[in-house]
Design a protein around this ligand. Structure first.
Ligand SMILES: [Zn+2]
Length: 558
């Protein structure tokens, strides 16, 4: 890149990062000329150069743009960070305003990275304004609630570094829901509907009112009182809004129905359950949740939920619906995952191909990296598709500085190097923090990785990392020299290695569930289960278990 081109790229990238991934030549040109006024003399050649750079930058993913900007001009990035430090600025919250946010999962499945985003944003929003953050289990559909997930979710969220000022169970509020429903009936805002479910559904589609709508308050109250003695499906409580409303969720929605399934916490104590919208509006409104960020699939429901809060004179929650979170090629449907686990196609909810929190953790993704990643994806209404690489970037940035280094020789091949001196090689445990720390004794017998050996070409000089230089000829290895200086300029390939004796058996579970088998250096024995290390030139791995002398790792990423 010539200096002008580099200058253009810097500002094209900065512009793209600032404006949602799309740079505009009209913004870039003045910046470039501002730095290099001489360029103004030749606009004819500058403009096409800018156009070309902008078009290339705009083809890159947001993450890639950020990474490239960090590489080319970190100073521009810092400025950007300074300006947009507060990702919640769009809310326009004033100093001293009392903020209370919540994250309300249904205890139904293993949380994944999409949940982590909503969790972290609501948590961070509360922190930003010294507000309160509630964790609330939305557990008023006994058909969906599974007992184990109350604990699993809390444990996963704590691991992500989130703590809550209050833990709530929506199902603890049944009497409150009943009282407020009764109030709505008395106010003439709700009625008991006995229409057959399918007919009611069709009527809602066509905007047709049913006869139940015109019953008296007294009649509705009497029906409400005997609700729990009815059969499942016999009646529902509906809000009286407008059967011709543009938003179909506003067409006299059902708010209570009978579900004859025992509840995970409450057993068979209740049969009449509030539906999602009612429960959610009350829990937010009654407990004073001021703000809540959630995903866009709830957008259609926001109007109804605000309506319920206003009818009852509760806090009207300022919800913001952001775009859903997609990761390329990752299965996120709970139903599909459940089926695949049952069929044995996935090892479990922590299968290495998944983005559930348990899966990410088992592979060696750090909570801080997940947090940085989800925050970096922003709070936008526009759908964005992200890749594993986008997440990996954040994890690698942290691990690079802290992970211990070791040698792993996958599918080892025994190699003898004639004339190699006996030596004690000292290697760095971590290049950033500590010099040395690993010692390997070497002489003439080595283990090399099959994938490396297969790349050697006849007559080539190869360096065994930090050890020696060796000449490969017709399947034979001859010692050349020890010093790196004698390798430089004469050879290309630097490989890792192990002495033939004294190694440990290592297995690495890869994301595609193949298992790489090999030998790891003796120092691996000092690791604790859960520790994340880097096998040099292979990738970051987390020690998952030690079984019968075998060190079993899960692969995180390159
Ligand atoms: Zn009806």
């Amino acid at each position: 890149m010539d200096p002008t081109e580099e200058l253009i790229w810097k500002y094209a990238l900065q512009n793209a990062v600032k404006y949602g991934g799309k740079a505009n030549p009209g913004n870039v040109i003045p910046k470039v000329i501002g730095i290099e006024p001489a360029l103004k003399a030749d606009m004819k050649s500058l403009v096409p150069k800018v156009n070309k750079a902008v078009s290339e930058v705009n083809k890159m993913s947001a993450e890639a743009q950020l990474a490239k900007l960090r590489e080319l001009a970190p100073e521009l990035l810092e400025k950007k960070k300074e300006e947009e430090r507060n990702i919640f600025a769009f809310y326009g919250i004033k100093e001293g305003e009392k903020i209370r946010t919540a994250f309300p999962p249904g205890p139904e499945k293993y949380p994944h990275i999409g949940h982590a985003k909503a969790l972290l944003l609501n948590y961070l929003l509360a922190k930003q304004y010294n507000g309160e953050f509630y964790l609330r289990f939305e557990d008023t559909n006994p058909k969906l609630v599974k007992k184990e997930f109350y604990d699993i979710m809390q444990e996963n969220f704590r691991w992500l570094g989130v703590s809550w000022d209050k833990l709530q169970y929506a199902s603890d509020n049944m009497q409150l829901f009943y009282d407020l429903a009764e109030k709505l009936i008395k106010d003439g805002q709700a009625y008991m509907c006995f229409c057959e479910t399918e007919l009611a559904r069709q009527n809602r589609g066509k905007g047709i009112e049913c006869a139940c709508r015109n019953k008296t308050v007294e009649q509705n109250l009497a029906d409400w009182k005997r609700f729990s003695s009815l059969k499942e499906g016999e009646a529902v409580l509906r809000l009286k809004i407008d059967m011709e409303h543009q938003n179909t969720t506003m067409r006299d929605p059902t708010v209570f129905r009978i579900i004859d399934v025992p509840h995970a916490r409450l057993g068979t104590k209740f049969r009449v359950w509030p539906n999602y919208d009612f429960q959610n509006s009350i829990m937010d409104g009654y407990y004073g949740i001021t703000h809540r960020i959630r995903s866009k699939e709830f957008e259609m429901r926001a109007e109804l939920q605000r309506h319920i809060q206003r009818l009852l004179g509760l806090t009207v929650t300022n919800t913001y619906e952001m775009a859903r979170f997609n990761m390329v090629g990752v299965e996120s449907s709970g139903r599909v995952i459940r089926e695949k686990v049952a069929k044995g196609e996935l090892v479990g909810w922590d299968d290495p191909s998944l983005t559930t929190i348990v899966a990410l953790r088992r592979r060696g993704f750090l909570p801080e990296a997940i947090r940085d990643f989800v925050v970096s994806t922003g709070i936008s209404k526009a759908e964005s598709t992200l890749t594993w690489e986008d997440l990996i970037l954040h994890n690698r940035r942290i691990l690079d500085n802290i992970a211990k280094r070791f040698f792993l020789v996958a599918e080892p091949v025994e190699v003898s190097i004639k004339g190699a001196p006996a030596q004690e090689v000292e290697l760095n445990l971590n290049p950033n923090e500590k010099k040395g720390g690993r010692k390997l004794s070497s002489h003439e017998d080595f283990l090399l990785a099959k994938s490396d050996v297969s790349r050697f070409s006849d007559g080539e000089l190869i360096r065994l990392m930090d050890c020696l230089n060796v000449r490969y000829e017709k399947g034979r290895y001859t010692f050349d020299s020890q010093e790196y200086e004698k390798f430089r300029g004469r050879g290309k390939l630097i490989v890792h290695w192990l002495p033939r004796e004294g190694n440990l058996d290592v297995e690495v579970m890869m994301p595609d569930k193949t298992v790489v088998k090999g030998k790891g250096e003796a120092g691996v024995a000092s690791l604790k289960v859960g520790e994340i290390i880097q096998f040099e030139r292979f990738g970051f791995c987390r020690l998952d278990a030690v079984e019968k002398g075998k060190y079993k790792f899960w692969y995180a990423h390159k």
